[in-house]
Design a protein around this ligand. Sequence first.
Ligand code: NDP
Ligand code: 8X3
Length: 252
Amino acid sequence: MTKIALITGATSGIGEACAHLFARENYNLVLTGRRIDRLEKLAKKLNDKYNVEVAVSQFDVRNRGDVAENLENLPAKWKHVDVLVNNAGLSQGLDPIQKGDLDDWDTMIDTNIKGLLYVSKIVANWMIDNKKGHIVNIGSIAGKEVYANGNVYCATKHAVDALNKGMRIDLLPYGIKVTAIHPGAVETEFSEVRFKGDKERAKKVYDGFEPLVADDIAETIWFVVSRPKHVNINDMIVMPTAQANAGTIFRG
Ligand code: NDP
Ligand code: 8X3
């Protein structure tokens, strides 16, 4: 039977790269995000290129009612999810704690922590019913270390790290694998979102060194999910060669 991957935040960056890679590997896909135009365009492209089936589901992961309604209303065949990639996430702002914007904090906490939980609970129950599954949580180096002005974003990704460990314990009796991938700097729309559309400031983040690209992370995820049944990779940190840790990048 053709396997199914459900990827949150598939409209751009790492999620979109995962959609391409899983389609190439002949998975049928459930792709989610808020920008329906992008989801539909991507679905058509993957269907045309790889002849896989693609369902799109538009919702904001922060809205638990919408998450539940959209996921639970998927036709039954789509609930046999083999791989969930919990990727939807973002950073907003880069300010010291005393100057932080409360709305930015709410957005990051609601998306990166609560949104991931809303999706995970539903899909984990499907996986328990199906007696199979692999959840891949996209954390960050910001979930392992803290950098200046990263405060709340780093806290949300530390929470993802903790949830990854907790999920693994809770889902162990059901044979469900749980893995976190923690990337360093990946050039996607991430910095543009962090700086609220300021493309110039976003570009500067990647000046003078070679960052990761979304495909690097998609390939890592594929490595993780394609291990034999008895092997689980708990956790992986993937960095650009030019980045030693969260706060140290060598710009040549
Ligand atoms: P992008 O901005 O390119 O992609 C983010 C994706 O998340 C988009 O598809 C977006 O879809 C989705 N998303 C954001 N908010 C919501 C929401 N409220 N509801 C539903 N979907 C949402 O960034 P990346 O690809 O870089 O980010 C993907 C993940 O990787 C994030 O969790 C990020 O924290 C993490 N990460 C990124 C790193 C980097 O350097 N780029 C490094 C480490 C981790 P839409 O807007 O259509 O809803
Ligand atoms: C994204 C990478 O270093 O900007 O999680 O936090 S970083």
